[in-house]
Write a protein that binds this ligand. Structure first.
Ligand SMILES: [Zn+2]
Length: 388
């Protein structure tokens, strides 16, 4: 077992104590980090969102010139509503070699390791800087990272490479799926259910679209494209929310649903959405419009998370793999900010403590051993990428 320093564990306790569920402000946590860094003589740059209630924190350690290694983590966590926790989710609890708390795994454990390392990093004679990037709103669309990337464009030194410390069990990951979310609203025509011929049933039209998506999901599973490095090894399509109708004897006028596509890097989710829209337009709309010219569909597509498909042959992948002992970089199916950094031409890997299976759940935890391994990993990586 690799034991972390006491300082790291204390930081996990501090960070978990801030309730930074995505719908709330993260400023208390950000100010805590800023004050800590400022006590060590490190200046932080806060990049706020439009409301001013959330912020990214960006700071540079070591030489202020040149490009270095960026260590990136999101400060927000998923809600605990309706989850059955054995202990208070915002009070870190240690049991059986594990640390329990909301965000312990995803991903305050990683941020704590980074914070605890700062005094050591400052004490080293670094040739290249270490940048810290702590973001907001990752869990609801990576909005903080998008804003940070806009700002990085204007900074004199862009990071040369990046580690996103999402939970990978401390294995090196250089690929993940992308994600696209679509909201569809169906407008029909209300009527008495005895006269369905004079009405347009929005629930049924929506149901046909959802069934079309389900058939698409089956086709992708059976016919591919397939990439065995991902689990599951194909693009997935899933409808998660649906609502419409008011009473059984009224033909429903409105119905909406939301679906997401988690796609392999090689697949364009826009093509799949087009397939659905073509089906709506050609197979459903003529019948609906024959009864009501106002009926139809409105679509809202949300900016997705781009996939990560990083080159194996970069310094960061090579060094990271030689430290962890991985002989092949892995791939994960969940989206992270890494795809955005990579798209902004910053070579990026995902590597962090804990396992995604333990995230987002009641009694989320991270193993203490994972935290210790993350400490030694970052120590070595900083030496190799930023040292003499
Ligand atoms: Zn996360």
């Amino acid at each position: 077992m690799t034991a972390p320093t006491r300082r790291t564990t204390e930081f996990i306790r501090d960070l978990v104590g801030f309730d930074t569920v995505s719908r709330k402000s993260n400023l208390a946590l950000i100010e805590f980090v800023r004050d800590y860094l400022s006590g060590l003589g490190v200046e932080s740059r806060l990049i706020h969102d439009e409301t001013g209630k959330k912020a990214n924190l960006y700071a540079t350690l070591g030489p202020q010139e040149g490009s270095g290694l960026m260590l990136s983590g999101h400060t927000d966590v998923v809600p605990v509503d309706g989850q059955d926790w054995s202990t208070d989710p915002f009070t870190l609890t240690e049991r059986d070699g594990k640390l329990f708390g909301r965000g312990a795994c995803d991903m305050k454990g990683f941020i704590a390791v980074v914070l605890a390392l700062v005094p050591d990093i400052l004490g080293r004679d670094l040739q290249r800087p270490v940048h810290l990037a702590f973001t907001y709103d990752e869990e609801v669309g990576c909005f903080g990272a998008r804003r940070l990337i806009e700002q990085l464009e204007h900074m004199p030194q862009r990071p040369a490479c990046c580690v996103v410390g999402e939970p990978t069990g401390m294995t090196v990951v250089n690929g993940h799926k992308g994600k696209m979310t679509v909201h569809c609203h169906v407008r029909g025509l209300e009527g008495h259910s005895a006269h369905i011929d004079k009405a347009v049933n929005a629930v049924e039209a929506a149901a046909e679209l959802v069934a079309f998506l389900k058939a698409m999901a089956r086709r992708l599973k059976n016919e591919g494209p397939h990439d065995g490095d991902f689990d599951p090894p194909y693009t997935t399509v899933h409808t998660g929310v649906m609502g419409g109708g008011t009473a059984l004897n009224i033909v429903p006028r409105e119905c909406s649903f939301e679906f997401e596509i988690r796609h392999l890097p090689e697949q364009d989710p826009g093509d799949l959405v087009l397939e659905l829209k073509d089906f709506a337009k050609n197979s459903l709309l003529p019948e609906m419009r024959a009864v009501s010219p106002e009926s139809g569909f409105t679509w809202e597509e949300f900016r997705g998370i781009p996939p990560l498909a990083a080159d194996d042959d970069t310094d960061i992948v090579r060094h990271a793999m030689s430290i962890t002992g991985d002989n092949k970089a892995g791939k994960i199916s969940f989206g992270t900010e890494a795809g955005l950094y990579q798209r902004a031409s910053i070579p990026t890997i995902v590597c962090g403590p804990g396992h995604i299976a333990q995230a987002h759940k009641p009694d989320e935890y991270v193993e203490i051993d994972q935290i210790g391994r993350c400490e030694s990993f970052l120590n070595s990586l900083i030496d190799r990428l930023c040292g003499a």
